[in-house]
Design a protein around this ligand. Sequence first.
Ligand code: GUN
Ligand code: ZN
Length: 378
Amino acid sequence: MAQFELLARCHTTRARVSRLTLAHGITMLPTFMPVATQAAIKGLTPQQVESLGVTLILNNTYHLNLRPGTKVLSEAGGAHKFQGWNRNLLTDSGGFQLVSLSKFTTITEEGALFASPFTGEPTMLTPEESIAIQHAIGGDIIMQLDDVVSSLTPDRARVEEAMERTVRWLDRCIAHHDLSGKKDTQNLFAIVQGGLDLELRDRCLMQMVERKDKVAGFAIGGLSGGEEKDIFWRIISQCTQKLPEDRPRYSMGIGFAEDLLVCVALGVDMADCVFPTRTARFGIALTFQGPVNLRLAKYAKDFGPIDPNCPCPTCAEGTSRAMLNHVITRETSAAQAVTIHNITFQAQLMGGARDAILNGTFPNYLRTFFANYFGDVG
Ligand code: GUN
Ligand code: ZN
């Protein structure tokens, strides 16, 4: 089972630092998890990712089940061995991808029915099957199958149904996981749903917290973009207030620097998003002075690094903004260089937050970050 130790708290916010020990080592929280949807961070080797200080990445059950499939993964000895990743791994359950990728998914009480993108054949993903696939993948943290509806859905009855079904599916995931013999190495997280409705979130929280002894952690789902900040923060705040102190909290699909720090201040420990790595491939480098669009003509003669204070290999080796401007979106090496930088930026952002919480200077860290990030530079 996961070991979760609280090490420090901020006195004026709900931010905390903790140590999460899983089967593939220690991950210090709060942390940001880069997304390796297809068992690879696009453009990087696992050794490169590890060398940047990353200790926990995310894979997607939905994608790995389609390709290479559980048979190949089992034969390889699990997804860690298959992709050559020796540190911690979290797998998402597949429900969110079904809804976000397929217009042809039908949710029933039994599970999610969808047309296979390869064969067109109707395929059913049940909570039990999602857990079984995640057992074959072998992630250190596995997620329950949840019924996800867009946070922008106006249909309250549908949001309520999805929330209640997510609780029932949690029970089925717990039952399947309990019988598996995988409980020593794989840790199941519940996912709080309920849309943007505080009352529905409350009912979900109450029911899930009752199952606290059966899960290793809690995620906050259904919030991956497009919401007004005001309600987004209110939902996160309500969830972290009611979730147990002695379990990690994971906000799913959150990756903008400003959102990450607000979530940390509200007591979130983990987050993931494709944003930093995807935006890198489009030529956007993240810096503490705000994002830099390397494609802009004004960088064609900018011979400095992306960020002179950045410790990443791209900046340290002196790769210039001008060079990146010249090759970005044309040479894969440029996508790789900016991806390395952006993963380092996210790690610095969260590592800086951890240090500040430990030193008692987190409020000042927040003030400095927001003044610089939204200041008038670049
Ligand atoms: N990724 C982003 N949001 C969600 C969510 O609500 N559920 C799951 N399973 N994955 C997500
Ligand atoms: Zn850098």
